[in-house]
Design a protein around this ligand. Structure first.
Ligand SMILES: CC(C)(COP(=O)(O)OP(=O)(O)OC[C@H]1O[C@@H](n2cnc3c(N)ncnc32)[C@H](O)[C@@H]1OP(=O)(O)O)[C@@H](O)C(=O)NCCC(=O)NCCS
Length: 152
């Protein structure tokens, strides 16, 4: 018997309101925080695909992951580019290619929207998500992030 995980080939499709609870639950599992209001807001903004995009992976009836992104233009002097700002696959189906399929699906949406670059931001110590994005061919970009704690 081999321990090599068998690839999963879920359907990648736009999210519907019926996916909201599964996304909230998976995000809570990953981050340790429950943010139902935040996710409802994301659905309100991106659910119809006009401002951004929420894609879901379904294996039969089972929810096996999500990705959220949007095209943003001219902030920080940047021409339009696609941002991926949330991504999750349940623990028990990881390392079977689902995250890659979600990423590919989002890249295709961005291509259709006419942008040529995909960006993200992550914590320096987030090694898992760093390994994943590096595996997708992402490398350090031309911007750096600056911040300052506000006193008082
Ligand atoms: C990152 C994540 C989406 C990857 O999903 P996945 O379905 O396991 O990804 P894939 O199977 O497509 O993996 C693609 C590549 O990513 C890299 N990778 C994925 N998991 C990894 C791990 N645990 N360690 C090292 N590299 C890893 C590998 O290079 C892998 O390719 P390989 O299997 O050929 O080695 C998933 O691990 C996850 O949901 N993690 C939690 C994310 C999170 O914390 N989100 C909150 C902030 S947005």
């Amino acid at each position: 018997m081999s321990d090599v995980p068998v690839p999963l080939t879920p359907t990648i499709r736009p999210a519907t309101p019926a996916d909201l609870d599964a996304i909230i639950a998976l995000d809570q599992e990953m981050t340790g925080m429950s943010k139902p209001d935040y996710w409802r807001g994301v659905f309100d903004r991106f659910g119809n695909g006009s401002e951004g995009c929420i894609l879901v992976a379904s294996d039969g009836d089972r929810f096996v992951g999500f990705i959220v992104g949007e095209v943003r233009a001219w902030e920080f002097g940047s021409p339009p580019c696609g941002w991926v700002f949330a991504l999750g696959v349940p623990q028990d189906v990881r390392l079977r290619g689902v995250g890659s399929l979600l990423f590919d699906g989002l890249c295709e949406r961005f291509r259709q929207a006419g942008v040529k670059t995909i960006r993200t931001m992550l914590a320096r110590d987030a090694l898992l998500i760093m390994s994943f994005f590096r595996s997708q061919g992402m490398v350090g970009g031309p911007f750096i992030q600056l911040e300052k704690e506000l006193a008082g």
